[in-house]
Design a protein around this ligand. Structure first.
Ligand SMILES: [Zn+2]
Ligand SMILES: [Zn+2]
Length: 255
């Protein structure tokens, strides 16, 4: 038989290969972990960014509950219960026979650890639906446009991402917790002390903005036009821009 997800050959009687089964179980467990932050995100006065929430005062009185999040929780709840019924062989039309009264988190965990997860006939379909829901949950908890790359982990060099309000970041690879500001400054230092680091005006402007230094793309190109900033074949040197940026005679025009 072929795995319904990755199409690789797999054991007879299995709908998912071992790798996909593990991945499916992992996604279910991750969703179980997200149930609480998701419920917290229902509060519309809470700034989105589930792992380091900050309360905000909105200009107009907000809807007390975020309906998109409510819908998402409902959908996740229905899907998890349906999957549990499939796994446990309870007929969908006879769902009242299910005497379990578990909450969503427990249901997700129970599904992840179910011995039939890889053998149930439509495992691939459920994996697809669950992956889709997991992506939506991620968008609610950590809106992608609010997280950006701030620099590399001090231990393992993995690129770390953080929201604008995050004080601390945890490396997803080695688990090291570090101050977001330290990571940003270390990145800036590497960029500016190594005079072989080059980038376009846009790259440099973006990298500096992350570390709290404001220099627009246009300022950089203007410096070049005025003969203050050399342009190399592979772009501007970060250290040159940095020197101009903090140089005393230019402080006024930049700030
Ligand atoms: Zn597979
Ligand atoms: Zn790390």
């Amino acid at each position: 038989m072929n795995c319904q997800n990755c199409k690789m050959m797999t054991e007879d009687g299995c709908s998912l290969c071992v790798t996909c089964e593990l991945r499916f179980a992992g996604t279910l467990l991750r969703l179980a972990r997200d149930v609480m932050p998701l419920h917290d995100s229902l509060d519309a006065t809470l700034h989105p960014g589930g792992h380091s929430p900050v309360r905000i005062q909105t200009a107009t009185p907000p809807t007390p509950i975020r309906l998109d999040v409510l819908d998402l929780i409902d959908m996740l709840d229905a899907t998890a219960r349906e999957l549990w019924h499939r796994l446990d062989g309870i007929d969908a039309l006879d769902w009242r026979k299910d005497k379990r009264n578990e909450d969503l988190m427990a249901t997700l965990i129970a599904c992840a650890g179910h011995p039939k997860l890889a053998t149930v006939a439509d495992a691939g379909l459920y994996m697809h639906v669950i992956n889709d829901l997991a992506r939506k949950v991620d968008t609610v908890l950590d809106p992608p446009e609010q997280r950006r790359e701030i620099g590399t982990c001090e231990l393992c060099e993995t690129m770390l991402t953080a929201g604008a309000a995050d004080q601390w970041v945890t490396c997803p690879v080695c688990g090291r917790e570090q101050r977001a500001q330290t990571v940003k400054l270390r990145r800036l230092k590497t960029l500016c002390w190594d005079d072989s680091e080059r980038g376009s005006a846009a790259d440099i402007s973006k990298a500096f903005a992350v570390s709290g230094l404001k220099v627009s793309r246009k300022t950089i190109t203007t410096w070049e036009q005025r003969g203050k900033l050399p342009r190399h074949a592979d772009g501007y040197a970060y250290c040159d821009v940095y020197r101009l940026l903090i140089g005393p005679d230019l402080t006024k025009s930049v700030r």
